[in-house]
Design a protein around this ligand. Structure first.
Ligand code: FMN
Ligand code: SF4
Length: 457
């Protein structure tokens, strides 16, 4: 963490007095009555259309020009921002798409269900357990921007998800079924990045492309394309039914609406998806779902290309996307992974960095060559064979890699590395003096291939 970030996190702690306490009932699991996205049945299997409509009411799509414009205003008033990582306002994307329609073709809506973050499960849980929320959201956005087609973009390994969403689509009216296409990609970590999604759906590789225009203006075959994360669209389904004020009545002071998190690392149920519906801090989250008597040494936030923060600095900070983003610690895909007491943060980092280096789409030199070099040099640090000069040069090399790629993949990897050097400074010194750690990290920070999280549900 940079000095500014640390200061920002500290000031967030000061703004919100921990003495007020945070309610653990602001944390919901699947089936909890006070949940929003995760409300409904807790038992295994997807919620069928009939049950979904009994619980939430039938869907009304905006059909006139006036109701379509009013719907975009509602999304704007609700303050629905993207939940795939970038937190971009959905209404802005929709307006860009509406503005570009005609000149470049009719818009398309893409449900980004790639969920390429290895430990993240929130999108899968929604697609498998609450598929009609996601379908409703996609149909609403499509109606508002005038998109005749909806594409659901999944990873090829998500067979359970594919089966669940296909079954849910088959329950919808025939005119809706005819408009929805489910497609899969067999790409890696970067296949879910929006330009990679557009490239794959235009017949190219599922790899990022340097673009001059956003997908909302010119996406699949040049058509305006609203690429939205699964969770984002599920929020739309609720805001459309209950209105902007209701939507804003949940969430933190800086972020309207509830937030889904996937838990990993040293928590009792890694892979559990939790919904934050109100004011809650990391202390409440970690003591509710883990055996923490006090702050862990560190927490990895936002994904494997996210940021390590010191557990002590984060402990009393509210889980609020907007506030965390402003503090320089974005929640990204919603991953919260405290470092287990017996794990070495540098060992975990080098394992994740190796993975991220391997996931480069191989198109930009700084990413293709820079990430493996960074991973190898960090391995030398962990193995105690790097000189002090070499340790310093890793951070210089990292600076040269960040911001140079066609997509943000290398930036995420560099953020992971730099934040590890800040939070695990003492470990860097200890490893330089010969400390050797066992390297156990796999169960806590899963990678594709070493743990079958994908089809567990
Ligand atoms: C390397 C990389 C991988 C990404 N993978 C995903 C993904 O698997 N799913 C996703 O929804 N967004 C992913 N994103 C974010 C998308 O580029 C895009 O911002 C998002 O899908 C837009 O939806 P939203 O506005 O609803 O968040 C990724 C971004 C990057 C840089
Ligand atoms: S930065 Fe890396 S992942 Fe992104 S497009 Fe370039 S090579 Fe591919």
């Amino acid at each position: 963490m940079t000095a500014t970030t640390t200061a920002a996190l500290r000031s967030a702690e000061q703004v919100v007095a921990p003495a007020d306490g945070y309610a653990s009932d602001a944390l919901a699991r699947l089936g909890d009555p006070h949940a929003r996205l995760l409300a409904g049945p807790a038992e295994f299997g997807h919620e069928e259309l009939g049950a979904h409509e009994v619980r939430l009411g039938a869907l009304e799509l905006p059909s006139s020009a006036g109701s379509r414009a009013a719907f975009v205003d509602l999304i704007s008033a609700a303050g629905i921002n993207g939940r795939g990582g970038g937190e971009f306002p959905l209404a802005t994307k929709m307006r860009a798409s509406i503005g570009a329609a005609g000149a470049t073709g009719r818009p398309v809506v893409v449900v980004n269900g790639s969920e390429s973050e290895p430990a993240s499960r929130k999108d899968r849980v929604l697609l498998e357990r609450r598929p009609h929320l996601v379908l409703d959201g996609a149909l609403l956005v499509a109606a508002a921007v005038g998109a005749p087609q909806i594409v659901i973009y999944l990873h090829a390994s998500s067979m359970t998800t594919h089966a669940a969403i296909s079954r849910a689509i088959s329950e919808r009216p025939a005119d809706e079924i005819a408009r929805i296409l489910v497609t899969t990609n067999d790409g890696g970590f970067v296949a879910g990045e929006s330009s990679a999604v557009v490239s794959a759906l235009s017949g190219g590789r599922a790899a990022p492309v340097r673009r001059t225009q956003p997908a909302a203006a010119s996406g699949i075959h040049g058509r305006p394309t609203v690429v939205s994360n699964v969770e984002t669209l599920a929020h739309v389904a609720l805001a459309a039914r209950f209105g902007a004020s209701w939507y804003r009545s949940a969430g933190g002071t800086q972020t309207p609406g509830s937030t889904l998190l996937t838990l990993a690392g040293g928590l009792t149920e890694p892979g559990l998806v939790v919904e934050v519906t109100g004011a809650v801090d990391f202390a409440t989250l970690l003591t509710t779902f883990g055996e923490f008597a006090g702050p862990p040494r560190a927490i990895l936030l936002g994904g494997y290309g996210g940021r390590w923060v010191s557990g002590g600095a984060a402990w009393n900070v509210p889980i609020d996307r907007g506030l965390l983003r402003r503090a320089g610690v974005p929640l990204g895909c919603g991953l919260v992974a405290p470092l287990p007491a017996s794990a070495c943060g540098l060992e975990v980092t080098v394992r994740l960095l190796d993975y991220l280096a391997d996931q480069s789409a191989g198109q930009c030199g700084s990413c293709l060559l820079g990430l493996p070099r960074l991973a190898a040099q960090l391995r030398d640090v962990v193995d105690g064979v790097a000189t002090r000069g070499e340790v310093r040069r890793i951070l210089e090399l990292a600076q040269g890699v960040s911001g140079r790629g066609a997509c943000a993949h290398p930036d995420g990897a560099v953020t992971l590395l730099e934040s590890a050097f800040e939070v695990f400074r003492d470990d860097v010194r200890a490893h330089a003096r010969g400390r050797h750690c066992s390297g156990r990290a796999s169960g806590w920070f899963p990678l594709p291939g070493d743990m079958n999280l994908t089809d567990l549900s």
